[in-house]
Design a protein around this ligand. Structure first.
Ligand SMILES: NC(=O)c1ccc[n+]([C@@H]2O[C@H](COP(=O)([O-])OP(=O)(O)OC[C@H]3O[C@@H](n4cnc5c(N)ncnc54)[C@H](OP(=O)(O)O)[C@@H]3O)[C@@H](O)[C@H]2O)c1
Length: 493
């Protein structure tokens, strides 16, 4: 466990010497690691390491075209590549010259659920040669997903609470994606421990602060075993951490002063497609004090307090958001060295926000911390949640704001119409980064350069942003917000 604060105050500057060798990380499972990625892809990674201030990462089309070639233009680059090309490059260059294209084996635990299932689908789209094992307890659901994924997939019956079954399932696997939540109220990191003992690379979609730091506590064991592992590698936390790391890196490389305040704002329409078990974890969050940081000091705040109206840009516009206890606050504070950090969340329709506030204000905290009682409460309101979800949809938007000492404010924004689809591409992006050798042995948060190498961030963000309707990196607020703003001399934009 990392103790104290600001253990990693410096985000590494993206110099070519930062480029880590990309290749197999596990000699014992070498035959199945893909890896040296193609010259073309490597070239892409190298040229992408010095994005300037205020250049959008890319423009998104309204309709998702997963394999369509894209053109990236800007004053500093013009480059074409296709995701299918990247996928082929990774696969064809794995193993020794002239060998069969390497086929990594990825086990997605919780593959019968929303996040795991969506991850399996996204992985099969991004890298069709990948061998995908759908792991879970429900054979019927697993087999149904496998039939959609095609011949490169199979169902594996796994209960993550049974260590021997878990280890057996990991035996011939290169990477395990742990999406078998909830992570709240879990005392052991069973999947991570099994990954370390079987020398299997690991990614989880944890969204619980205690669990994430418990996982970080296995850092030395993972290094000793040579296992690369990333915790909190979903959409938020996950992609949002990488967006924050890029804002801080850009500010430092442009001498914009010291990063002073970092704020995560999230909006999800309805429940975002969450089932009753996961909905219960949202209520459990309402029973936790919010940990935030103010000028370097940790502070505790009331959950769902501190409401702000935040402009999420086109398609979403202004939404009310409230403080929640989310793991990216502590990891961003400690790793990126930003003294003031907080996270806020809001949902729609607006009365759900009122409902959340009522829960915090009128239900005793000991009820909200009792998993069984919360589960019962959620079962009662679940039919209403489903009915309203049908109207509200599943839109998701993340806005990350950075303020620096020289008065420079920048933000990054990510909006997708469907959280369930977008979270799958986000997790798949982390999984592929690990398979490509972007992650060093150890347990890392997404913002740590040893977790996702700086030069691998752009490819990761590009994959995660598949299907987004708005995806903007590192711009001043007035260029993103929906209200017209005066930029000086009576000129409005
Ligand atoms: N970081 C992020 O961005 C992010 C975003 C969204 C969600 N999440 C987290 O992701 C997790 C999954 O969410 P979800 O919406 O996909 O939930 P879900 O639809 O309920 O899926 C959870 C899956 O885990 C499986 N599972 C649970 N316990 C298991 C066990 N002991 N052994 C094997 N499989 C087990 C369930 O299988 P059964 O059918 O057998 O019960 C189910 O398929 C949650 O913890 C959620 O908080 C993170």
């Amino acid at each position: 466990m990392i103790a104290g604060t600001n253990r990693y105050p410096q985000a590494r500057g993206p110099t070519p010497s930062d480029a880590r060798p990309i290749g197999p990380l596990r000699p014992d499972k070498r035959s199945t690691w893909p890896h040296p990625i193609s010259h073309h892809t490597h070239h892409f990674l190298n040229v992408s390491i010095t994005p300037p201030h205020l250049v959008p990462l890319k423009k998104k089309k309204q309709k998702q075209k997963t394999h369509a070639p894209r053109t990236y233009t800007g004053p500093w680059r013009e480059l074409r590549f296709s995701l299918a090309g990247v996928a082929a490059a990774i696969s064809k260059n794995g193993g020794s010259a002239g060998a069969e294209p390497a086929k990594s084996r990825v086990l997605v635990l919780g593959g019968t659920g929303r996040v795991g299932g969506s991850t399996a689908v996204a992985l099969s789209k991004l890298l069709p040669d990948l061998r995908i094992l759908v792991g879970g307890r429900n054979r019927e659901k697993g087999v149904a997903l496998v039939s959609k994924l095609g011949e490169n997939s199979e169902f594996v019956e796994v209960n993550i609470d049974d260590a021997s079954i878990l280890e057996a399932a990991l035996k011939d696997v290169d990477l395990v994606v742990h999406a078998a939540g909830p992570f709240q109220c879990k005392e052991k990191c069973t999947v991570l421990e099994a990954a370390i003992s079987t020398k299997t690379a690991y990614v989880d979609v944890c969204d619980d602060t205690d669990y994430a730091w418990r996982a970080k506590g296995f850092h030395k064991e993972a290094i000793a075993a040579g296992v690369p592992a990333i915790t909190t590698a979903g959409i938020y936390p996950g992609v949002s951490n990488v967006m924050a790391a890029e804002l801080v890196r850009a500010a430092k490389s442009e001498n914009a002063g010291e990063p002073e305040r970092l704020r995560f704002f999230y909006y999800t329409a309805g429940s975002g497609g969450a089932g009753p078990t996961i909905l219960a974890t949202s209520f459990l969050l309402l029973g936790e004090d919010v940990i935030a940081y103010n000028k370097g000091k940790q502070i505790k705040l009331k959950p769902y307090s501190g409401g702000l109206t935040i402009d999420f840009g086109k398609g979403v516009k202004k939404k009310d958001v409230y403080l929640l206890n989310l793991p990216e606050v502590r990891s961003a504070h400690e790793i990126l060295g930003v003294p003031t950090v907080s996270a806020r969340f809001g949902t729609a329709p607006f009365f759900w926000n009122w409902g959340m506030q009522a829960v915090v204000n009128f239900l005793p905290p000991d009820i909200l911390r009792d998993k069984k009682k919360v589960q019962k409460l959620v079962e009662l309101i679940d039919p209403l949640v489903r009915a309203i979800d049908g109207i509200a949809g599943q839109q998701v938007s993340m806005r990350v704001d950075l303020e620096c000492s020289k008065g420079r404010n920048t933000l990054s924004l990510f909006t997708h119409r469907n959280l369930s689809i977008s979270v799958g591409f986000s997790v798949a992006a982390f999984a592929l980064a690990v398979l490509e050798g972007s992650t060093q042995p150890g347990v890392w948060f997404p913002e740590e350069p040893e977790g996702i190498a700086v030069e691998a961030r752009e490819v990761l963000l590009d994959r995660a942003a598949q299907g987004t309707v708005n995806f903007i990196m590192n711009k001043p607020p007035w260029m993103v917000e929906t209200d017209p703003k005066e930029i000086g001399l009576g000129i409005y934009v």
